[in-house]
Ligand binder design. Structure first.
Ligand SMILES: [Mn+2]
Length: 348
């Protein structure tokens, strides 16, 4: 039997000690509107810092934890998250950014962190970050953090194990989407340590009325362009709804690409998913349609983007032009494609 020794990136993991040693306080920051992978990665690093290095760690985030499952995760596991605006980044001896990169700009830090741990496509080599542990081949950032905890020999309470397990589970869609042997190993390592009762309550929470109303609306505004489904949702009651809608639309028979676009407090959010094995890359597509207007990032099968402060009168035309450029990019013969509503006005 093969024994899982923790990580093939041990040098980077050990370097973490060199970078944070002597620090008494640490601020761990996930990407904005953090998802389970980002939240659990932050929790794992905060736990490591406190248990192994004896300091005090704080998790500071910007945006909202919107999805009912993610809220349930924070509540069930008692994860302490501080709104970033209540903190001062200069008050901390060290800064750690997780599940994103400094140049991705989807986080609140304005000074270069000491450590960046991420699994998204590398935006730029960040030589001025003392430890930049980028593993774009990994399915989840929580896998990288699990390896840190294993290598440093920290015993994991059910809270941390359950969070990391759920982080890996959601980012890799139960290991069915882009994942490596390392993700599988971390998943297996964590499984015996989790609280299964809590995990069940996290995965199947009660959902607010807005959820059903928004989904009804999103499906009504979904158009099928051959193998591409696009939902232009309009106003979102929470920003991460686009990800959930895009994820759902990908399950339509014959659909290879799914896109959801909407606005939350004046900012545009777009999410894209694909299960095609063709050349096209989800993060490239989103980056192209967002270009210099905002920020974009992701992986080859899932990606997201954001444009801040879109004036009311420009929203419709912006969405229209984004839809057009996506269609042009993804279909071979876009001129000859007639879009069809997913839900016809009259269902016979
Ligand atoms: Mn992630």
């Amino acid at each position: 039997m093969q024994v899982f020794t923790g990580s093939k990136y041990k040098d980077r993991v050990y370097k973490f000690y060199d970078v944070v040693k002597g620090a008494k306080t640490c601020l761990v920051v996930p990407h904005n509107n953090p998802d389970p992978d980002a939240i659990s990665s932050a929790l794992g690093i905060a736990y490591l810092f406190e248990r192994k290095f004896g300091g005090k760690a704080t998790i500071g985030y910007r945006g909202i934890v919107g999805r009912a499952e993610n809220k349930a995760m924070v509540e069930e596991l008692g994860i302490k998250l501080e709104p970033f605006y209540r903190l001062n980044q200069e008050d901390f001896d060290c800064l750690v950014l997780v599940d994103t990169q400094f140049k991705a700009h989807n986080h609140p830090l304005t000074v270069m962190p000491d450590v960046v741990i991420d699994h998204h496509a590398i935006i730029a080599e960040e030589n001025d970050v003392p430890l930049a542990d980028y593993r774009p081949e990994y399915g989840a950032c929580a896998t990288i953090v699990t390896e840190y905890l294993i290598v440093y020999g920290v015993e994991l309470p059910a809270q941390v194990a359950t969070a990391l397990f759920y982080g890996i589970k959601t980012d890799t869609r139960d290991l069915s989407r882009k994942s490596t042997d390392s993700d599988v190993e971390a998943y297996k390592f964590l499984f015996p340590l989790i609280d299964r009762g809590k995990l069940a309550r996290i995965e199947y929470p009660k959902l607010p009325l807005e959820y059903f109303r928004s989904f009804y609306h999103a499906l009504g505004e979904t158009w099928l362009y051959e193998s591409v489904a696009i939902s232009t949702i309009g106003t979102l009651y929470r920003p991460d709804l686009v990800a959930e809608v895009a994820e759902y639309l990908l399950r339509i028979e014959g659909i290879k690409w799914s896109i959801a676009i909407g606005f939350y407090r004046g900012d545009l959010y777009i999410s894209l998913r694909t299960d095609t094995s063709e050349e096209a890359d989800a993060s490239d597509v989103v980056r192209d349609v967002i270009n210099s207007k905002g920020t974009a990032g992701g992986h080859n099968v899932m990606a997201g983007g954001y444009i801040p402060d879109v004036p009311l009168e420009m929203r419709e035309s912006l969405v229209q032009s984004m839809v057009e450029s996506i269609i042009k990019r993804l279909l071979k013969d876009p001129q000859n494609v007639t879009p069809v509503r997913l839900i016809p006005a009259k269902i016979s």
